[in-house]
Write a protein that binds this ligand. Sequence first.
Ligand code: C5P
Length: 322
Amino acid sequence: NGALGEVWNEEMSSSMLGKRLRKVVQNYQAMNKYGVHYPGPESAAHRSKLSGPELLCQIKKMVQIATLTPDMEPFSGFPWASQLPPRQITTDIGPFKTCAVVSSAGSLKNSGLGKEIDAHDAVIRFNAAPTTGFEKDVGSKTTVRLINSQVMASEDHHFLSSSLYSAGILVSWDPGPYSSDLREWFNKTDYPIFKQYQRYRRLHPQQPFYILHPRMEWQLWQRIQDNMVETIQKNPPSSGLLGTVLMMSLCDVVHVYEFLPSRRKTELCHYYQRFSDAACTLGAYHPLLYEKNLVKRMNKGSDHDIYTHGKVTLPGFMTFNC
Ligand code: C5P
């Protein structure tokens, strides 16, 4: 692999980070904003490491992809519950043959991957990632856009009026408490996701718009922690990993672009902004470093694909039995 250059090492640990970022990660590792209680890595350290296929089976079995529906408590008691889609997203859309997950990483810049990305049956993008003006590198098709509640709430994203959010199916998420009690979450969201959801639905009633059940975040978080030797940040996984697992439940095969950085790896945070920070790729708040270790272990594609295209290949949950 020498001539190829380095690709993501699945044994990445916080000790390999620069001093400043290591400190930030350690601070987050010591915080516990969401009341996470989990046996932690002591138990994991003594078990033998799971193979990629075993890991895929674990995630398939233990992570339930669900969206909020009007019959769920406490929402069923609210008049606006009728704005929620009556069925699960997994019932309403797909199955797709091949899907692309487009991370927002700076390394997509000058990648020329747009045509390849658009050739997929479905494409998921994240948060404020635009296509206009970046088609050559990221394509123009948007089937699903996964957005966090911060983007929905922050003044500078103009979520309610920007045309950026009008293409495709919207799916939003907000970090819930570890207990995954919907009532508790409703009273204590990180950002006003429900207020913004209701406003957006009134302005754009025709666009499909789902809200992820927060239980999924923590089920996925447990799979990450359970398979790492280190204690990871007690914060939910990044939008990128949530979207990847969502697409694994909708597609036969999922190609993830520039989540594991290619030879174009850069400290540029997003392909669409001039801001640079290694934390965007390596994680600070999110356990992103460990998410990437997990994805590297599950990858069915080659290191060469990672090196040249930043591309990982994951099988859809419907295509394998455990
Ligand atoms: O920054 P944002 O969350 O909008 O980016 C979407 C996703 O792309 C992230 O949640 C993360 O999974 C991935 N990403 C990355 N490296 C970057 C920027 C984003 O892996 N430099």
